[in-house]
Design a binder for this molecule. Structure first.
Ligand code: DC
Length: 222
């Protein structure tokens, strides 16, 4: 049986997960949030006081850290060594650590296997940094979703505010820019637009407009 896959890549805070969830719901696809997998690994390293520059211990840990996913009410649950850590991975600290440890090939290869396996078993919409370029190079539709760093910082700020977390918008923008630079310049599977990806700049688009654009593009090739 042929399973469809849609890849959405782009920088931090571009709205990938919000959009991907919407599109997944509309098409009845499974949404796979690959960033959450890197975040779970990051949480493990933070908890075990392993620093992001400690390549040896990070590589060693990859042999015994288990990351898997389950679905509860169609929401992805991320399981780290048997513990559901969904509620613990959405902080800036974990996000920055995820970016820092995602440069290691050992970390990436471990998670890529899980991601490819999911795409072999269902229709998926998967978001991340290297989905169209490395994880699913044969994806049926590839989107590179971006927005200006100012706009992305504003969205993150509002999202945090909604969750009752106070933050400084300039600091968020600096964090985002730093993360972009690291994600785009790492040696192995960096963030970049795949040659055959459609560029969508969401700076001046609503969530609905972006989701609609992707759904229409998909309907054309289905
Ligand atoms: O999308 P996110 O903010 O949850 O991702 C956190 C970090 O994880 C991101 O800065 C880089 C890394 N990541 C990656 O390298 N490759 C992916 N496919 C997804 C995330």
């Amino acid at each position: 049986m042929k399973y469809y896959s849609i890849a959405i890549d782009g920088p931090a805070g571009a709205g990938k997960s919000t959009i991907a969830k919407k599109v997944a719901k509309h098409l009845n696809f499974i949404y796979v949030d690959t960033g959450a997998m890197y975040r779970a690994m990051a949480l493990y390293f933070i908890r075990n006081n392993i620093e992001s520059i400690d390549k040896d211990n990070i590589e060693k840990a990859c042999g015994h850290v288990d990351v898997s996913i389950e679905y509860k009410d169609k929401e992805q649950q991320i399981i780290l060594n048997g513990e559901n850590v969904n509620g613990l991975i959405r902080t800036e600290e974990v996000g920055n650590m995820a970016s820092a440890i995602s440069i290691y090939q050992a970390v990436r290869l471990k998670l890529v296997e899980l991601q490819q396996d999911l795409a072999n078993r269902a229709n998926v919409i998967m978001d991340g940094r290297d989905i169209g370029t490395y994880v699913l190079p044969q994806a049926d539709l590839k989107i590179y979703l971006t927005a200006s760093s100012k706009e992305r910082a504003k969205r993150r700020f509002l999202e945090l505010k909604e969750r009752g977390i106070s933050a400084d918008i300039d600091e968020i923008e600096n964090d985002i820019t730093e993360r972009d630079i690291r994600d785009m310049n790492r040696e192995f599977a960096p963030l970049k637009q795949a040659d055959d990806a459609v560029l969508v700049d969401s700076s001046y688009m609503t969530i609905e407009e972006v989701a609609d654009t992707i759904i229409k593009l998909f309907e054309k090739i289905r």
